[in-house]
Design a protein around this ligand. Structure first.
Ligand code: FES
Ligand SMILES: [Fe+2]
Length: 443
């Protein structure tokens, strides 16, 4: 009996070539265009809670560093290798004002000044000449941010409106990923994946409403790229407005939305930065936001948020391989795109418009960032929100057009209030959205 090969057009042999990655957007080491652009912005480098009585070795943007908290309580970030003869400062002794290298006792201040070299004569010129590489740090809500760029181009620390919400409890977190930063970051402009990955392909990972196919649009505004998704939930419409900011900032609206209750400008579930460790590893550093308004269903778990943990399914490596296969989450979907996703092999469609917009935005942003220092903007209004309005479908009309039209009206109401002080801004946006709601019901 002859054995028949299966019929069909098998092209594996013809598709084996793997082209190079997009180095402009994915390479972030010292001297690379994207690496230098990222260094123009404050970047989270670790959690405040990691800085206890021992130094912490960290790798950020391909650089070997050591983070520490002095005995006086000041955070610091220095080059890992002691500039005497290279011993790692992770083995150093923390002092009131800096760190002493374990090998020959050189003592550095938080700005890298050599304060003492006890094996050298007191008048050694080394004390004047030598400086350990160091970077300024700022702590906010339990994240340690550092500025790794040229000292003369340091921007002000951006004060996002969502850092200052009186009713919000912030929980810092850090989630490591074994892949390039970009494929993790651009997931934020890929809202259609939620319909499949988080809803239809396995267990419901968020709420059932996420499984509804939304009308979707993307747009660029200033230094940010945004998406609008608009879902029909019975007589209501749930609009989700999310943003990413150049180069690696992002915010996502509350996670547990089910579209049942009307709401106007419900804010952020998480503020986050995707920070390269090197070109094939990255961190998501973030702040989970908890408030009564965001947690009416009591699903969020502040005590499950921190180093390598978050209270949202599928965001970390810490599940069995079988579970990852049966109920796949963001972590493995992103990491499995290869150590560095190869854009030349992709077959992108209309649902990938946001990813394409983001990549173009980043390429342009690199040019602008390298041509001029980052804008010094103290107060930064952000837009991320969930809105639910009562808006029954119109009989005979194209509902997807209605959904999209409403989403754009909401976008306009939110963006038009940017210049107002925080309290007035919130009031104006809420008023505008309520008026929209009344108008849409009347229509
Ligand atoms: S290598 Fe650090 S003091 Fe000698
Ligand atoms: Fe996701």
């Amino acid at each position: 009996m002859s054995i028949q090969a299966p019929k069909g057009r098998f092209e594996g042999y013809l598709q084996r070539e793997v082209p190079a990655e997009d180095s402009l957007l994915t390479h972030t080491g010292p001297g690379t265009p994207m690496g230098e652009a990222m260094r123009r912005h404050w970047q989270p480098v670790c959690l405040s809670s990691q800085l206890q009585d021992l130094p912490v070795k960290v790798r950020i943007l391909g650089q070997e560093l050591v983070a520490l908290r002095t005995k006086a309580g000041q955070s610091a970030l220095l080059h890992l290798h002691c500039c005497h003869r290279g011993a790692s400062l992770e083995f150093g002794r923390i002092t009131d004002c800096g760190i002493v290298c374990c090998y020959h006792g050189w003592h550095y201040g938080i700005d890298g000044q050599l304060l003492n070299a006890p094996a050298e004569p007191p008048d050694s010129p080394l004390l004047r000449k030598v400086r350990q590489g160091a970077y300024p740090t700022i702590e906010r809500h339990g994240l340690v941010f550092a500025y790794l760029g040229h000292p003369e181009q340091m921007p002000a620390f951006p004060d996002y409106d969502t850092f200052n919400l009186p009713d919000v409890q912030y929980r810092p977190y850090a989630l490591s990923h074994d892949c390039n930063w970009l494929q993790v970051h651009e997931n934020l402009m890929d809202p259609l994946h939620a319909v499949f990955l988080h809803s239809r392909m396995g267990e419901i990972q968020l709420t059932e409403a996420w499984g509804e196919m939304p009308a979707t649009d993307w747009f660029e505004h200033g230094d940010r790229v945004c998406y609008l998704t608009s879902r029909r939930i019975g007589q209501n419409v749930w609009i989700r407005f999310n943003e990413v900011g150049f180069p690696n900032f992002g915010q996502v609206a509350g996670f547990w939305e089910d579209g049942q209750q009307e709401k106007y400008f419900e804010r952020v579930g998480a503020t986050r930065w995707t920070v390269p460790i090197d070109d094939t590893h990255c961190w998501i550093f973030g702040l989970r936001h908890f408030s009564d308004a965001l947690e009416v269903k009591g699903i969020g778990k502040p005590d499950q948020v921190g180093l390598e943990q978050i209270d949202i399914y599928g965001q970390t490596r810490h599940r069995s391989y079988e579970e990852m296969q049966r109920n796949t989450g963001d972590w493995e979907a992103e990491v499995s795109q290869r150590p560095i996703a190869v854009h030349a092999l992709e077959h992108r469609g209309s649902s990938d418009r946001g990813v394409m917009l983001l990549r173009r935005h980043l390429a342009r942003g690199i040019e602008q960032a390298l041509a001029s220092p980052a804008a010094v903007e103290q107060q930064v209004p952000t837009w991320t929100c969930n809105v639910v309005l009562r808006q029954p479908a119109a009989p005979g009309a194209d509902d997807s057009q209605l959904l999209l039209g409403l989403a754009h009206q909401i976008k306009d109401v939110v963006l038009q209030a940017d210049k107002l002080p925080p309290l007035q801004r919130r009031e104006q946006i809420e008023r505008g959205l309520r008026n929209l709601s009344v108008a849409s019901v009347a229509a």
